[in-house]
Design a protein around this ligand. Sequence first.
Ligand code: ZN
Length: 161
Amino acid sequence: MKAGKDKVIAIHYTLTVDGEKVESSHDNDEQLWILLGHGQLIPGLETALEGHEAGETLQVEVAAADGYGERQEDQIQRMSKKYFPQASRLKAGMVTVLKLKDGNQRAVTVHKVGMSAIDVDLNHPMAGKTLNFDVVINDVRDATEEEVVHGHAHPPGAEAH
Ligand code: ZN
């Protein structure tokens, strides 16, 4: 069975950026279950997986535009330290997570630490980067109706949600 829209795939992956390993599903030995065609993956990786089958190994290079987007220059924002749970430990270049008003969280990069405020770069930390994925496809199956309605995969053994 070939991977594509409304198929569920199980993959192991390692993400490498600028020659450094960023993350890997091998680290905790937990494969990732993905419903394809529903925006669960970055576009460049999703496109690369299409038409492939279980047992295949892929090396995928994803350009920034098909990954986390290009860097935008006007994304530096000054924010009061009170919004940062661990403000005293932050230094320029560190990535930290901000809680937004809508309850969502967002990873930002510390640009400059001042007396009472911190300048953060709102670009995604991976913006502007070429992403290199090593992917092993372990399984491809049809999505269930419920998965398509929910817009995500239900891994085996996971509780209903
Ligand atoms: Zn669900």
